[in-house]
Every structure is written in structure tokens, then in C-alpha cells.
Design a protein around this ligand. Sequence first.
Ligand SMILES: [Zn+2]
Length: 477
Amino acid sequence: MRRLPFTLLAASLLLASGIVSAATAIPATAVKTAEQLRDRALHDDTGYRIVASLTTEVGARLAGSEADQRARDWAVAKFRALGYDKVYTEAVTYPKWVRRSEHAAIVAPFPQPLVVTALGYSPGTPAGGLSAQVVKFDSLDALKAADPASVKGRIVYVGYRMQRAKDGHGYGMGSAVRTAGPVIAAAKGAAGYLLRSAGTDAHERIAHTGVTGFRDPSKAIPAAALSNPDADQLERALAYGKPVTVKLDLDCGLDGEYTGANVIGEITGRKHPEQVVAIGGHLDSWDLGTGAIDDGAGVAIAMAAGKLIGDLPQRPDRTIRVIAFANEEMGLWGSRAYAEKHAGEVSQFQLGTDSDFGAGPVWRMSASVKPDARAAVAQIANVLAPLGVAYDAKRPGGGGSDLSQMHAKGMAALSLTQDGTKYFDWHHTANDTLDKVDPQELAQNVAVYAAFSYMAAQADGDFGSAPGAFAKDGTNE
Ligand SMILES: [Zn+2]
């Protein structure tokens, strides 16, 4: 028997004794296959065909609407047609909200209609509409500081203007004005709530919907978003210094409970089928457009990535699990149900992230993994670098909007940040349609997801998923 060199022998003994643990690494053969997957994905239109199919055949998919069931049927059939090994659903129950009609107008001093859209969980106005004087605030902080006497019985208007940014960070405050603003206004006794749309399209007469923070229907007030030009118009009217009265006429509200489902497709792992790389997007959309960028694109990116891995001559070592989440838009319902159901298996989640920021190219990767897996993440970064993806080793990963909940339970997670420069021009509007998806940019996303998922599935070792492992930095991008 040949004698092992001392250092190797010592290392083996230390490993076997558990004194040191091996760093996670991705075998060279897997790196080579990932590079091939990446290059193949760039010249493959599967992702674009999937988002075209969903937005054409189903169209808008408001959670709990008639289209919700059609979207689930579509997803099950699409996973099967793409050759997934296992396709199943997991029920998700949530309050159903419906939008029937929405109108608004300045009643005095300059009568004219305004373009608005009701916000998720907004109640309707009384029959005949709600007319009240408008009180304006420039920011959420100004509303927070307001004397309730100045707000009581009025329609609160918050004119915060969202700024364009590649990483979309303006949406942090933009969405807070929409989610927290109505709750604060209601608590101060406001009769209704209006905001300048959380969108970067300064010149489009199109309003951006989105969910509010109302959770207790008895405390909710009618809430809607004005298009940016209509917000300008209201502000000009207010600048005359005379009382401005607006009439809101919203027919919308809660309509019982609904049970939908997360739809899941798997490429089953050959060696460790119980260990999963989790990717996905959300299947629901707002009702105004056809949900192409939010989030047909994300569903398509993940489905196409899994399909390309499934097309390889051999199944990957671990399972690729693609999750089309239910009802993200009205408060992460599918995501939270999923994390609750699967929290006990979090250690089996090798690595995960979902796509929910449109169809722009991925330009940055960050990760929340155990220190011993940093080298493997760097290997992934090397394969993604030719796609224009920069690795920021200092930022945590968040797992995307839906898988953020599994990350919070302890799943090791990436953030794959897309270019969101144009995203908030169309987000949550009637303009969220397929023409906004660039086929080549979508293919770049598929290349990123296919390459990273495959490398994670083939890694020697794990990325540190364990109950509560990442509680400290549970970012949510
Ligand atoms: Zn979304």
C-alpha cells in the first residue's frame, strides 16, 4: 500500500474527526457544464416563449380572480410540456380582493376628471362616491407628523416623487407611501387617501396600483393612486390656496376567502433528490396589464432555466425546484405559506433565489452563505462574469421577494440584482405588457439562473442552510 503524503493524511484525519470542515467546492466538470449551459441559454428562446404564452393565453392574473385558476392550469401544463419530472401544487388561502370600477374627479374649484387606480385592500366608497377636501403632504414623514385635526374627514394626498435608479431603491420610499401611508392617514381620521403613483414615468397618464398595508378591514379607508400628470394637476390646483374638493368613486373591496396554490415543478436530483436548489417567480399579477414584467418574466426565467438543466444528458446531483408562487402582490401569501410548510426542511435547501424585478439583465450578485461556501460562490461568479454580472462579496443575499421568507427561516440565498432603470415606468400599470420584455435580456437572465442552479446542484458540500442561520441579515430585495 502506497503511503499517503503526511500533509494529505493529516488533513484526512482532521476532516474525518470533524476538527475542520471542508470548504464547499464545485467540481471542474460541473463548472464546464455550467459554462455550456450559460452559452446555450443565450441562444435559446424558451424563456421568451414561456412569458409570451402566459401573458397571451392567460393575460392578467389577479390573485383570486377567474384567471388565477387558469394560470395554475397553465403552469401545470407548461411544466409538463417542458419535461419536468414532478409537477404538483400546494394550497394557499388568502382574503380575496376585487376591483370593479374606479373614478375620481376634482369637484371644486376646477371640476375635471382625474386618472386613478384603487390600491389593493382598499374598500369601496359609499354609493354615489366620497367627496372631501384634500390635504396635501410632501412626504410620509410630514403625514406622520401631522396633527390629526388637520386630517380628520379629509382626503389625504401624499405627493412623494419616486426617483429612477438602476437598483430601484426609490421604490423603498415609493412603496412605503403606498403601504404605510393609507394606514397612518386612516388612524388620524382621514376619509380617503391618494398618492402620487409610485412610478418613474413622469409623463404617462397611467396610474400604478399596488397593495396597501390595511390588514384590519374595519380600519381601512378608500385609497387610490393618481397618475403622475394627474398628481401634477392636483398640486397645481392646490397651489391656488383655495380649498380643493375631490370626489373618489371606487367600487372594490374584500370578497370572502379564496384558496389558490403555489405550482411547483422539479427536475429530480440523481444522487440527492431530497436536496433542492430553489428558484422561481410569482404567478399572480395585478389586473391592469398582463403581468409580463411583474412577474411573468420571473416565472419564465426560472422555468426555462430548469428546462435547460433537464435537457442535459444526465440529471443533476440535486433537485432543481421551480416554484411559481401564489399571490405575491397582495402580501407574499404564497411565499409565507411555503416557508411555513417547509421551514422544517430548510437544511435540505442547498441555495435559492427567485426573480421578481422585471426582465432587465442581471448585473450584480451577492450571497448569504456560510464562510466555507464563499469560494464556491466565487466559482459561480466566475461563470457569470462574462454575462456582465459583478460579484459584490460584501453585500448579503436576500433570496428575491418570495424566497426571502425561506431565507428568513435559514436558507442560504443569492441576490441576483436586475437592471431596474425602466422597471418602475411600467410596474403595476396597464403598461406591464409583453412588448417591455427584451428577448435577449430575458435570455441573459435564463443563462444566469441555469448556470448558478446547476453549479449549486453539483457542489461538493453545502452553502450553510440551517434553521435560523441567516436571521441577522434577512434582506429582502
Ligand atoms: Zn412582482
